[in-house]
Ligand binder design. Structure first.
Ligand code: GRF
Length: 212
């Protein structure tokens, strides 16, 4: 049974999808939820199902590194096998990334490698893209640049707005994040030389394409 720790900063709708999916999973269970914000709703979601929580407020630390070491200490205390970033709105140091290399996942609201960083929905609209979506990837030192595991796309329709795209993409996120986590928990995916292998076969650079 793999111990999963989820890092959040806000609503935690992805956390909820992960909690629901792992509730009956024999390979992985969420052992702790960590937030940098005291009032993050995700903390309530975890408490409701009796999962350990911790709040580590980044504003109390004098450097990014000192904050990250405090995160590492808490995550290690939970004996995490897998660390899942689910709307955690802090940029992590290389030291943090290296500590958890190969067992640190993120979900990003774009079809990576398109639109790393923020404002992904607006950027997809501005570019006139006909497709938009989300990607689960291993975290590397490059922001949103780690090897992709799974990706899901939705059509951008005439009349779509940032809000409508946020909704569409969130629905996809709630499907693909639990899949990626279950693959990790059941040891179906590995990371070797920055390439992801699923059941021993290398995945494309954009990861496994999840068909809705
Ligand atoms: C998601 O859109 C995710 O792609 C991004 O942060 C958002 C988190 O949403 N990394 P929620 O807190 O899980 O609802």
């Amino acid at each position: 049974m793999k111990n999963i720790v989820v890092l959040i900063s806000g609503s935690g709708s992805n956390l909820q999808a992960i909690l629901d999916a792992t509730a009956n999973d024999h390979n992985g269970r969420v052992v702790g939820v960590l937030s940098n914000k005291e009032n993050a709703f995700g903390i309530e979601r975890a408490k409701k199902v009796g999962i350990d929580t911790a709040v580590i407020d980044h504003t109390r630390f004098e450097s990014r590194l000192a904050f990250d070491y405090a995160l590492i200490e808490q995550i290690d205390a939970w004996q995490a096998d897998l660390v899942v970033l689910a709307g955690f709105m802090r940029i992590l140091t290389n030291e943090f990334v290296q500590h958890f290399r190969g067992r640190l996942l993120n979900i990003h609201p774009s079809l990576l490698p398109k639109y790393k960083g923020t404002n992904t929905h607006q950027r997809a609209l501005d570019a006139g893209d006909t497709e938009h979506g989300c990607t689960v990837h291993f975290v590397s030192e490059e922001l949103d640049g780690g090897a992709a595991i799974i990706q899901a796309a939705t059509r951008v329709e005439r009349g779509d707005t940032v809000d409508s795209l946020i909704n569409k993409v969130h629905k996809l996120e709630h499907q693909i994040y639990p899949i990626a986590i279950s693959w990790f928990a059941s040891e179906r995916i590995t990371l070797e030389n920055n390439r992801v292998y699923l059941d021993g076969s290398p995945l494309a650079d954009t990861g496994y394409l999840y068909r809705v």
